[in-house]
Design a protein around this ligand. Structure first.
Ligand SMILES: C[S@@+](CC[C@H](N)C(=O)[O-])C[C@H]1O[C@@H](n2cnc3c(N)ncnc32)[C@H](O)[C@@H]1O
Length: 401
């Protein structure tokens, strides 16, 4: 009797298992070799990475750290592949569907991203405004313009998030400062410490000014200047944030050396004249706070400042890394990409997608959505750099059209 052919779905699942296990085994083996090599090396503490940014940040935060990008990359692949394996064998509970097609299991995130959640609840004080978001999403999916205020703003009686944290009410004392410090801490725990290794900041010529729009307490210059001390940063933000940065001595050493300047600037206003013409602008973890109409307004002001370049540092949702492949071939393609080092977990960007909708009426974006937004406001994408140990961030290099 000839064997009964396997059902196609069973075949897909078998292939997924095989591919996932192969990926995990390969990365574990590579990671073990990297660890053993490092242990036997005399310069064990700081191996291939000559700058000490990551080690310094780790020391400040009391974390152990190996400044080895190979290890970080393999660990990231392991994390993503293990997450996918868990998803394959665990029936989804509390799965929420987001209008852009993002799917996330809140249950799983609550279990395995404790430091992320600690910062997150610090930042948002446990307020996710979820009861109000279907109202917003319904409006967004039917293309209503202007969009209603965010679900969070409905919850706080019409105060958008940044207004609420900086409100003058006695209940708001400390909220803004809390958010800003947590944002800085979160930048580090998200793996943003690898940013200088993943993007060639040193390529910018001596004297280049980088304008960090909505730059908070200056985490970007703190990370970049140790490896590119020839650059100069202008960190722009709301008045309350700049006051906190200056009074708290943010980027102290670099401010003294004239490499960092903090400046009050609303991103919805034109850039000051002295910053127009030939500067590099950065929007890090900014545009995901905004719906397309507001994001376009911010980008239009930057374009009008005639920059030489724009860097978007934000999450990109890549469809090819969707956690569910529908065919065995697609599953293999995902694992090929994971092994090639572009390991990005889709679940974390989609978690942020949910939060950005709820809090700000914003969104995480698919790559074509980023490109459309940028082209509409006068920028071409010239390169995309994955941030290897991040929570799905990419650096999107853009040039004015
Ligand atoms: C999500 S945080 C990102 C901070 C920083 N870029 C980072 O990645 O750590 C967004 C920042 O935008 C700032 N912001 C909000 N509204 C703004 C406005 N109208 N103009 C300038 N900055 C603004 C906030 O104060 C906050 O520092």
């Amino acid at each position: 009797m000839s064997p009964v052919p396997e059902k196609p779905t069973v075949l897909v699942i078998r292939t997924r298992f095989a591919e996932l296990l192969k990926t995990i085994e390969q990365s574990a083996a590579a990671l073990r070799i990297a660890v053993e090599t490092e242990q036997s090396s005399t310069s064990a503490a700081l191996s291939s990475n000559s700058d000490d940014t990551g080690a310094r940040i780790a020391a400040e935060m009391g974390l152990s750290f190996h400044a080895n990008l190979e290890m970080a990359g393999q660990a990231a692949v392991l994390r993503v592949a293990s997450e996918r394996l868990a998803q394959l064998v665990t029936p989804p509970r509390h799965v929420l569907f987001e209008a852009s097609g993002s799917v996330v299991s809140l249950d799983r995130h609550c279990n395995d991203t404790s430091s992320f959640l600690a910062h997150y609840s610090l930042m948002y004080e446990g307020t996710l405004a979820l009861p109000y978001w279907t109202q917003f999403l319904d409006a967004r999916s039917s293309g209503i313009e202007p969009l209603p205020l965010s679900p969070f703003a409905i919850y706080t009686s019409n105060q958008p998030f940044y207004q609420w944290i900086h409100s003058s009410s006695p209940a708001a004392i400390g909220r803004g400062a809390n958010f800003n410090s947590a944002m800085k801490g979160m930048s580090y725990t998200e793996g943003v410490a690898f940013l200088p290794a993943d993007y060639p900041f040193a390529k910018f010529p001596e004297g280049t000014t980088i304008v960090d729009v909505g730059g908070g307490l200056g985490s970007l210059p703190d990370l970049v200047l140790p490896v590119a001390p020839h650059l100069k940063f202008v960190v722009q933000d709301l008045g309350a944030v700049i006051k906190q940065a200056m009074e708290g001595g943010a980027c102290g050493e670099w401010v003294k050396k004239g490499r960092v300047e903090f400046s009050v600037q609303d991103c919805f206003s034109p850039q000051p004249e002295d910053l127009c013409g030939g500067n590099v602008f950065v929007l890090k973890t900014m545009l995901h706070n905004y719906a397309d109409s507001q994001a376009s307004e911010i980008l239009t002001h930057i374009r009008a400042a005639n920059p030489s370049q724009l860097l978007i540092i934000d999450r990109v949702i890549f469809p090819q890394l969707l956690t569910q492949a529908s065919t065995a071939e697609a599953e293999q393609e995902i694992h090929k990409k994971l092994r090639e080092g572009g390991a990005q977990s889709l679940t974390i960007p989609t978690m942020y997608d949910l939060a950005m909708v709820a809090l700000h009426g914003g969104r995480e974006r698919l790559f074509p959505e980023w490109r459309a937004l940028l082209e509409k406001t006068g920028f071409n994408v010239s390169a995309v750099y994955p941030m290897r140990a991040s929570t799905g961030q990419f650096i999107v290099d853009c040039v004015p059209i």
